[in-house]
Write a protein that binds this ligand. Structure first.
Ligand SMILES: *[C@@H]1O[C@H](CO)[C@@H](O)[C@H](O)[C@H]1NC(C)=O
Ligand SMILES: *[C@@H]1O[C@H](CO)[C@@H](O)[C@H](O)[C@H]1NC(C)=O
Ligand SMILES: *[C@@H]1O[C@H](CO)[C@@H](O)[C@H](O)[C@H]1NC(C)=O
Ligand SMILES: *[C@@H]1O[C@H](CO)[C@@H](O)[C@H](O)[C@H]1NC(C)=O
Ligand SMILES: *[C@@H]1O[C@H](CO)[C@@H](O)[C@H](O)[C@H]1NC(C)=O
Ligand SMILES: *[C@@H]1O[C@H](CO)[C@@H](O)[C@H](O)[C@H]1NC(C)=O
Ligand SMILES: *[C@@H]1O[C@H](CO)[C@@H](O)[C@H](O)[C@H]1NC(C)=O
Length: 295
């Protein structure tokens, strides 16, 4: 690890604040997908960023906003939500380094109750016991929720003190194709803290999973009180107007009126409103405008 990247990563240490002696993890309730993956460092120590109450401390929620009013208390490192592709570093507690330590991938139940002994080699996060700063292999950071717990010669007590971590990795479903702009440039790629992935939230007039569809009806192309329906013709966005009686045409601008082939004996007939028409007479004839009353 170079000094430069270590300095850069300091910025990304877990954010938290302390209120009346309690650790409250900093949370964004809604996060926007960052194009650049970022490195995250977790200080693996029971001294600093251990939250206990699931809702009020670890997730910084007003208890009233929770669906179930569970009193879930599991002392743990501030739970993480990362983007797929972010890198995770564990910075081990200096005073533990002489003992050596490792992390183990556990199930949700083992995370809550702290693991008993007897782990398979495959569950160990690091090949060797760690001292200092170590990167978690990206293979452990696939999309989904992962639970890591302390594996230490001193037994499960450290896990009970909070040396366990809930890491949720989210991927984004905001690009129509690998190099396409996020949400087609017509929306934001967001994830609420309780959502499992990032998805597009479209700007007004756009819709579709990737905000790829322009809402043609929003420009009000249908006239004369016609109703508008969105259509997709292949890749092009389109619309269809349903005209009220006496109007026709793509935009319902054409009047279905009184003109018949020989309405104007010597001239051209054009509809002015559904109930009136105009004869444009040939030379030498007189023009009339007939207005019919519908009653
Ligand atoms: C939580 O709800 C209770 C009763 O439903 C109410 O008295 C209290 O003011 C609420 N607290 C907050 C912080 O909204
Ligand atoms: C919730 O749990 C904590 C710790 O276990 C306890 O101190 C607190 O009294 C509990 N609160 C309620 C409302 O049950
Ligand atoms: C360990 O991690 C892998 C991949 O993340 C997962 O499939 C497996 O179920 C985990 N094992 C335990 C015991 O939690
Ligand atoms: C772990 O975090 C996720 C959110 O990222 C949450 O839904 C889940 O309940 C947490 N698990 C435990 C056991 O706290
Ligand atoms: C219908 O309205 C659209 C949008 O205003 C316009 O581009 C198009 O030329 C119009 N079509 C007809 C047949 O009037
Ligand atoms: C347009 O349609 C609405 C409801 O269908 C109706 O209430 C209104 O009177 C119509 N306006 C005109 C100018 O026809
Ligand atoms: C009537 O329509 C025809 C064909 O569109 C045109 O050639 C003619 O000049 C029109 N007559 C008048 C009086 O506008």
């Amino acid at each position: 690890m170079t000094t430069k990247s270590a300095v850069h990563m300091v910025v990304c240490f877990l954010q938290l604040c302390i209120v009346k002696g309690q650790i409250i993890c900093e949370r964004q309730m809604v996060a926007e997908w960052q194009v650049e993956p970022k490195p995250i460092v977790v200080k693996w120590t029971p001294r600093e960023n251990i939250c206990s109450d699931f809702y009020t401390e670890c997730w910084k929620m007003n208890k009233n906003t929770t669906r179930e009013d569970k009193n879930l208390s599991v002392p743990q490192l501030c739970p993480l939500q990362l983007q797929l592709g972010d890198s995770l570093f564990i910075s081990s507690e200096p005073s533990f380094q002489s003992y050596g330590m490792n992390l183990v991938n556990v199930s949700k139940e083992e995370f809550i109750n702290c693991p008993k002994s007897g782990f398979l080699q495959e569950q160990l996060i690091f090949v060797c016991q760690i001292r200092g700063l170590h990167q978690v292999d990206p293979n452990w950071l696939g999309a989904g929720t992962h639970y890591f717990a302390e594996l230490h010669k001193r037994g499960p007590a450290l896990c009970k003190m909070g040396l366990r971590l809930n890491v949720t990795i989210k991927q984004q479903f905001c690009q129509q194709s690998p190099n396409a702009p996020l949400c087609s440039g017509h929306g934001r790629c967001l994830s609420h803290v309780w959502e499992k992935a990032y998805n597009c939230h479209c700007y007004p007039q756009y819709s579709g999973k990737f905000c790829q569809k322009f809402d043609m009806c929003s420009i009000k192309p249908c006239h004369n009180n016609a109703s508008c329906t969105e259509k997709s013709e292949g890749t092009r966005d389109s619309y269809e107007c349903t005209c009220p009686p006496k109007f026709s045409g793509r935009n319902c601008t054409e009047i279905v009126g009184q003109c018949q082939p020989h309405t104007c004996l010597s001239g051209n007939c054009s509809n002015v409103t559904p109930n009136s028409f105009l004869c444009e007479c040939d030379k030498g004839f007189t023009a009339y405008m007939f207005i019919f009353s519908t009653g």
